[in-house]
Design a protein around this ligand. Structure first.
Ligand code: F6R
Length: 357
């Protein structure tokens, strides 16, 4: 039931504060078991499709940063190119909100046959991916009806932030005190997400008028901002049918910039303070070609005055910004779809669960 919302997608965007809270409340001993397995394993691989892949890429980047551990991310339909690297002492993390995506399941089975330990992160207890893994952990997003993943993505990010922090603890990079300090920060997410939604709604509705009339939009980020940029682009493309590409900001000048002409919208996602100096250069390059620049920033960002339009989410904590900065991007895609008269709950050609390879 839509409970008064015009679409499930909007309802599910608004549910995020609650289900992020439920997910945090559900951090169990299973997360600790998964993290200690990861900390003592050989190579770590993480695999998923679509939005879940963006969460996986985030985990890989964050774990490098927090724990100094290498995590190899790959898109699950490409598993044949990676399976040969897998050995008995390695671990594969399979991420899938439904727990049923065939590509991710095939990747899981091929790594399992090679003797790897399998950890899964799903939203559905008893799903096939969770049943076939050695160590299933869960987000607690509740059923997601909208085809476009929203609350399952932000709960994945929340769960993976905690998992990465635990890996950092089990590898000895941080102590108990620091681990509980991080937990305390993560617990602020529900309240901050509520404030982000109310701050973003009018902004997204207004900007969607611009975005929905364009042929193409770029989403650029660096570091932890990259997976969020990729996700912003995927949302816009899949429900508003506007061509959108997410790209590492620095890489954009190696090709994509060729398409930029006056009025071309470019969204910049900034998460890491120490990468902002470089993002300034990327913003200037786009502005020099007449791009219409939009910034998704945290508090204390130094980029605020550099762009034509911006939204500032209510935190400067780099561990929390990925979740918070996702929200305005979801709303932007949602309102762009509505502005074009499409049903965001039922994008054409897409199914909620993909069961053919
Ligand atoms: C995007 C979307 C898809 C899924 C992908 C994986 O909004 O919903 O890209 O993320 O099909 O699905 P799960 O997470 O169920 O494996």
């Amino acid at each position: 039931r839509k409970e008064g919302y015009p679409h499930f997608m909007l309802k599910e965007i608004h549910e995020q504060p609650r289900v992020i809270g439920d997910t945090i409340f559900g951090f169990s001993k299973d997360y600790e078991a998964a993290a200690s397995t990861l900390a003592s394993s050989g190579n770590i691989f993480i695999t998923a499709a679509g939005t879940s892949f963006h969460a996986s890429l985030y985990f890989s980047l964050l774990t490098a940063r927090l724990a100094g551990k290498k995590v190899i991310p790959f898109i699950s339909s490409e598993y044949e190119s990676y399976a040969n690297l897998a050995n008995k002492e390695d671990v594969l993390v399979a991420v899938s909100q439904s727990g049923e995506t065939i590509d991710t399941l095939m990747a899981l089975r091929s790594f399992k046959e090679r003797g790897c330990k399998i950890i899964s992160l799903t939203n559905v207890i008893g799903s096939v991916i969770s049943r076939e893994s050695h160590l299933p952990v869960y987000m607690k997003a509740g059923p997601e009806i909208g085809v476009a993943a929203t609350k399952t993505f932000t709960t994945q990010l929340t769960a993976l932030t905690w998992l990465s922090s635990l890996v950092s603890f089990y590898t000895g990079k941080i102590g108990r005190d620091e681990l509980s300090e991080i937990k305390g920060r993560i617990m602020k997410l529900p309240d901050l997400a509520t404030r982000t939604i109310s701050r973003s709604e009018g902004w997204a509705r207004r900007l969607s008028q611009v975005i929905s009339s364009r042929h193409s939009v770029y989403y650029l980020g660096r570091g932890l901002g990259l997976p969020i940029a990729l996700e912003g682009a995927l949302k816009l493309k899949e429900i508003a049918y506007v061509h959108a590409e997410g790209y590492p900001a620095g890489e954009s000048k190696h090709g994509p910039i060729a398409l930029v002409e006056p009025g071309f919208p470019v969204v910049f996602v900034s998460i890491e303070k120490n990468l902002e100096r470089k993002l300034v250069g990327n913003i200037e390059e786009m502005k020099a070609r007449g791009a219409f620049t939009i910034g998704i920033f945290g508090e204390q960002s130094e980029l605020v005055s550099r762009v034509d339009e911006r939204i500032i989410v209510p935190s400067s904590d780099e561990l929390l910004l990925p979740v918070l900065e996702t929200i305005p991007l979801q709303l932007l895609a949602y309102y762009a779809a509505v502005a074009k008269g499409y049903d965001p709950d039922k994008p054409r050609n897409l199914a909620k669960t993909v069961t053919v390879e």
